[in-house]
Design a protein around this ligand. Structure first.
Ligand code: GMT
Length: 397
């Protein structure tokens, strides 16, 4: 197998969200290994800010022609840009993150490029197959495009299975490789420096427990449960809550916090480009989601040595072992989650044990290097085979 440098392009959503972060980190790590890396996206991905000299960025711009307003031309503009970049740059690999509509745009580009087309790798991230992808509005085209990818990956076994179930497929008709998400363990490292918290809660005592939640504030995150857990814990033991991120559920959550009279104890910070110091200074990370293919934010917390209290759902138990370095409860069981939080913040020794074990797990299983090795191996396998295998059509379950 040749180890020549590859010419590859990555497509992802540029906004705040785990899939874009993972895609960006993969691209930057590949560039560090000497590959030529292009990003094709609607906007500069958040984590590429200030890093553009390492990679080449291609912006996808849609026509503003009035007749096309509201006709959803992003997939067409993206496919056109993929064709352009692949033709000029002789791309080996097109790695798309999030199937809807990225895998479809990649398939369209390949149809146009024919023999010159790069191999397509699709990384599924969660709602692209568990929610949006299986919505009948998109199911036929998403399923088709994923099947037409040369390689498919997911960050968890849970999402691998959910994809087979949702698409009515099997390991034989759609091979899916599980490559867990990863974290930069040097950046996300334990740092119990409470000075970063003081400006948020000037009147809190030094030992007041601080809970933290980071997400895109979508309904699937059950933001109301975050507030409920906090309110229950606060009744037993005064504490504080930091809410990082923004989305449709933020306003209702802020309203509820005010109704409960807890506004002095909760800081809604909105989107933050960097929040690692706040995360590392907090005591417990809350993730009571309805669904979570992986839960990257929980991994970042664990890497900082912050124990996680979360829903026992999706890919979360694959990274958070209940009772060992985190605590899980059924979705919606805010009573149990509040008890879990109290069991950590009221027992410093137990907290310390969970904190060290969480960090250790991340160091052992979720480092960047091994994940990049596995993506690289897929690229090499695809580029060294003369023609990529195409799944039969129509697919059988
Ligand atoms: O669909 C979403 O919720 C957004 C998506 C994203 O783009 O970040 O999140 C998914 O991908 C992340 C990165 O792989 C995972 O950490 C999240 O668990 C996953 N979200 C869901 O499954 C709800």
């Amino acid at each position: 197998m040749s180890d020549r440098c590859l010419n590859l392009a990555i497509t992802c959503f540029p906004t705040f969200g785990g899939s874009g972060m993972v895609a960006t980190e993969i691209g930057l790590a590949l560039a560090d290994r000497g590959h030529r890396v292009h990003f094709i996206a609607r906007d500069l991905p958040v984590r590429l800010h200030g890093m553009t000299r390492k990679v080449i960025f291609h912006e996808v711009t849609e026509s503003d022609y009035p007749a096309l307003a509201h006709s959803g031309t992003y997939p067409l503009a993206l496919a056109s840009k993929m064709i352009e970049v692949a033709s000029y740059e002789s791309l080996d690999i097109l790695h798309v993150h999030y199937a809807v509509p990225h895998a479809t745009a990649a398939w369209m580009a390949r149809e146009v490029l024919g023999e010159r087309a790069p191999r397509i790798v699709t990384t599924l991230h969660g709602t692209d197959t568990t929610l949006v992808g299986i919505d009948p509005t998109y199911l036929p085209i998403t399923r088709f495009s994923v099947l037409r990818s040369d390689a498919v990956t997911t960050p968890s076994v849970s999402l691998q299975r959910a994809t087979w179930d949702g698409f009515g497929l099997s390991p034989e008709t759609l091979p899916i490789e599980v490559i867990p998400n990863f974290v930069d363990t040097q950046r996300y490292a334990p740092l119990r420096d409470r000075t970063h918290l003081r400006p948020l809660f000037p009147h809190a005592l030094e030992d007041t427990p601080v809970l933290v939640h980071v997400s895109n504030f979508r309904p699937v995150k059950r933001i109301d449960d975050v507030v409920s857990i906090f309110a229950r814990v606060h009744r037993e033991r005064p504490c504080r809550l930091i809410m990082i991120g923004d989305g449709p559920e933020r306003s209702p959550a802020e309203r509820r916090v005010r109704e409960l009279g807890l506004e002095a104890h909760v800081a809604f910070l909105g989107k933050q480009e960097s929040f690692v110091e706040l995360l590392a200074a907090s005591d417990v990370f809350l993730l009571p989601s309805e669904q979570e293919s992986f839960g990257l934010a929980a991994l970042e917390a664990m890497s900082c040595g912050v124990p996680v209290v979360a829903s026992d759902i999706g890919g979360i138990p694959e990274q958070v072992k209940h009772g060992a370095w985190g605590l899980l409860a059924p979705v919606g069981d805010v009573e149990a989650m509040a008890r879990h939080v109290l069991s950590l913040v009221e027992e410093p020794e137990r907290w310390g044990h969970f904190s060290r074990a969480a960090r250790q797990q991340v160091l052992e299983r979720f480092q960047l290097g091994p994940a990049i090795d596995r993506y690289e191996a897929i690229y090499r396998r695809l580029t060294s085979s003369p023609s990529s295998p195409r799944a039969p059509w129509p697919p059988r379950p």
